[in-house]
Design a protein around this ligand. Structure first.
Ligand code: CTP
Ligand code: CA
Length: 234
């Protein structure tokens, strides 16, 4: 395992990073989840800590262990609601927020307290979904409303292209829509990105700074993002 490049690019800075996937309860034993491994978020936490930042890692479901590092505090969450509450609490008075978590877009509109039972007539229940809170957008909005939330907010976007629009074009539109300072775009598809060790991303900046493309391991990508974050905070 390669050691994160150490330095002092983020000395004296505090960074909140969300990682992993959210799980939305259906009943006491079942949930809707996603395939996020948590690797990119953990790599970001390690890279930020290695550059001297104080890191709060807000971690959902992950295939990888949460890192143990003197500069990293880990907060565990399960649902999008818990993630929202944790971000709004822990990101207060911090310098940066990086939303690397794979957040559910929808959750069951009602979770039951009892396990859903199978019926003898071979029928199956219909699951009604509702939209979850948008943690990134809410953070940007609450900051605009005067809350002491981070001056630099970084989003991630997993995009697929289609006949008319490239993944990058969707990413540029998402940067505008979300209102964050930096958006890291990666192209997703079957077998790509989720759970893989390599990554191919483009970093977009709201302030007109030139787009930057980065290829390599999630550690290499994390170090590039942390370097750009340090520039944005300078
Ligand atoms: N995100 C969030 N809250 C949500 C959904 C997404 O904070 N409920 C964050 C993600 O952590 C990521 C960014 O928003 O940093 C973009 O996520 P993405 O899924 O690409 O965008 P969505 O706005 O959910 O749009 P869609 O999935 O329809 O493309
Ligand atoms: Ca989404």
């Amino acid at each position: 395992v390669a050691q994160a490049q150490t330095g002092d690019q983020l000395a004296g800075r505090s960074v909140v990073i969300s990682a992993g996937g959210t799980r939305e309860a259906l009943d006491p034993v079942r949930y809707l989840g996603n395939r996020s491994s948590g690797k990119q978020g953990v790599a970001l936490a390690k890279a930020a800590a290695a550059q001297g930042a104080q890191v709060t890692l807000i971690a959902g479901a992950m295939d990888v262990q949460a890192p143990t590092h003197p500069n990293i505090t880990v907060v565990r969450i399960e649902s999008t609601r818990e993630l929202l509450d944790a971000v709004l609490e822990h990101a207060q008075h911090q310098d940066a927020l990086i939303m690397a978590a794979a957040v559910a877009d929808f959750r069951p509109a009602s979770a039951t307290n009892e396990k859903i039972k199978k019926q003898d007539d071979a029928s199956a229940p219909t699951i009604v979904l509702e939209q979850t809170e948008d943690v990134l957008r809410t953070s940007v909005e609450q900051r605009a409303a005067g809350q002491p939330l981070p001056r630099v907010i970084v989003g991630f976007a997993a995009e697929t292209g289609d006949e008319t629009t490239s993944p990058l074009e969707y990413g540029r539109a998402k940067l505008q829509r979300k209102g964050c300072e930096i958006l890291v775009v990666n192209e997703v598809g079957v077998g790509k990105v989720f759970g893989q060790n390599d990554n191919d991303v483009t970093i977009l900046f709201a302030n007109g700074r030139e787009e930057l493309s980065v290829q390599g391991s999630k550690d290499v990508v994390a170090e590039a993002i942390i370097e750009q974050l340090a520039v944005a905070l300078a």
